[in-house]
Design a protein around this ligand. Structure first.
Ligand SMILES: C[S@@+](CC[C@H](N)C(=O)[O-])C[C@H]1O[C@@H](n2cnc3c(N)ncnc32)[C@H](O)[C@@H]1O
Length: 174
């Protein structure tokens, strides 16, 4: 997948949303860049990851590709409380599958959203765990997690074939 694929996965979930987003488990920035591309210069992104070296790569890539988009980096564990303003959106790309208590976590993360805010998820659409995806979140599982976490609506946004694991999907809940 390349930047165009990342943008395609997020596009319909960002359209019409406000400018303040968090990218949880932002890593080296594949989806932070896509988010920045879609939000444009009015965007403000809080990129959180517990791996400081990936965040530094992320900051370098953002500075060279989207210097006009403000990004705040926080090296932190998103399972613990973090200081954030009310968010228009939360993006979690390929990070929920590392967590075992997914529903409890998403319930807490929902608390960072302003009323009407959106939660965007990108995950592999697989049922069986493997070394890289210890707690898979296929779309059917996300629908249930989102509902039990208090989101009234969930929509599938896009899917892309994955060379690594069958297929990757994006979905939005609000
Ligand atoms: C597979 S990478 C995905 C990175 C990026 N979102 C992407 O899709 O390219 C997962 C990232 O989530 C981060 N991560 C996993 N659990 C985390 C936690 N509890 N708190 C903060 N970051 C976490 C990892 O450090 C890693 O950078």
């Amino acid at each position: 997948m390349d930047h165009a694929d990342h943008v395609r996965l997020l596009r319909d979930g960002i359209e019409g949303a406000g400018p303040v987003w968090a990218d949880l488990g932002a890593g080296s920035g594949a989806f932070t860049l896509a988010l920045a591309d879609l939000l444009g210069p009015k965007g403000e992104i809080y990129a959180i990851d517990r791996d400081g070296s990936r965040l530094r790569d992320n900051a370098r890539a953002m500075a060279s590709r989207f210097p006009s988009v403000r990004v705040h980096y926080q090296e932190a564990d998103f399972r613990r409380p973090v200081t954030l303003p009310p968010l228009d959106g939360v993006l979690m790309a390929n990070a929920l599958h590392f967590q075992s208590a997914q529903e409890e976590l998403v319930q807490c993360l929902r608390g960072y959203l302003r009323p009407g805010g959106r939660f965007l998820i990108v995950e592999y659409d697989i049922d069986r765990e493997n070394y890289a995806v210890p707690h898979p979140v296929p779309y059917s599982a996300w629908q249930s997690i989102a509902r039990h976490s208090g989101f009234e609506h969930t929509a599938l946004l896009a899917t892309r074939p994955s060379r690594f694991l069958r297929s990757i999907y994006s979905a939005v809940s609000w």
